[in-house]
Design a binder for this molecule. Structure first.
Ligand SMILES: [Zn+2]
Length: 269
């Protein structure tokens, strides 16, 4: 389906061979490299309410007239956000946003009006993401421009993982799960990463750069289940979920990573 619009008698064989065994996303990249498309229209447009068959929405007419087929809101507004490769190192981003997000974007544009020209929405997103990434890294891996001296505490007791150890482990494992399967393939996960004690804390393991690693949540749980048994871990997760529901909103600063499953708390206790 993706290749069809590009197939000719001359390129069919080569293109099909290049696309064989590739995922949809990989084929999109391949097409963007071989058939680069121009940049998309950048802008914000109000979406008309859905129209009945036979009627044509003025919004669609306007977008079609803008000359970019991708810009036309041909799909219903509930469509999922989409990032697609257009050309080498160029991507399109299309999303439908609510009034609140629209107003935030406009406000950010106003605050940045001395630095970013009004039409440059990608620059606003980049600033916003830079700032978000800094904030999340700080919370997650204690990233900082000025790391404090370690005072010689190279090891720490219990589940507490000092910031310097988190930073070193994250850097060494390159922000990726370290699980390696029996056939030697490393897990690709970069999401839901957790700091895992190689020696279980419950059995005396302590936090040190050498004895800690990054694991995705699934592989961390898999490891724990192998050590403690699936039934026991299920019970712990249940406890942890209840505790989280109980304390939600009261401990914004602590991150679920590297935390011991809490004992269920009772409201009002
Ligand atoms: Zn993993």
């Amino acid at each position: 389906m993706l290749l069809a619009p590009y197939l000719t008698e001359e390129n069919a064989e080569g293109l099909l061979a290049a696309a064989t065994h590739k995922t949809k996303a990989e084929i999109e990249v391949l097409l963007a490299q071989r058939f680069p498309r121009p940049d998309m229209f950048t802008g914000i447009r109000a979406i008309e309410p859905p129209v009945l068959a036979g009627q044509l929405s003025p919004g669609i007419v306007e977008a079609a007239a803008a000359g970019s087929p991708e810009a036309a809101p041909a799909e219903p507004p509930a469509q999922r956000p989409r990032v697609a490769p257009l050309a080498p190192r160029r991507f399109s981003l299309q999303l439908t946003i609510c009034q609140q997000l629209h107003d935030k974007l406009r406000y950010a544009q106003e605050l940045l009006s001395h630095q970013i020209p009004p039409g440059d929405i990608p620059a606003v997103f980049e600033r916003a993401l830079d700032s978000l990434i800094r904030q999340l890294e700080k919370r997650k891996i204690a990233a900082t421009q000025k790391p404090r001296a370690s005072h010689g505490h190279k090891r720490a007791a219990g589940r507490y993982v000092p910031a310097e150890i988190k930073r070193a482990v994250w850097r060494r494992d390159q922000g990726r799960c370290t699980f390696v399967s029996e056939d030697g393939r490393r897990c690709q996960a970069r999401k839901f990463l957790e700091f895992d004690h190689i020696d279980e804390v419950a059995r005396g393991g302590t936090a040190s750069v050498e004895r800690m690693r990054l694991r995705c949540r699934a592989h961390n749980q898999y490891g724990a289940e192998r050590t403690f048994g699936a039934g026991f871990m299920q019970q712990k997760r249940e406890q942890s979920r209840r505790a989280a529901a109980c304390t939600r909103g009261t401990s914004q600063r602590s991150h679920p990573m590297a935390q011991e499953p809490r004992i269920p708390c009772r409201r009002g206790a």
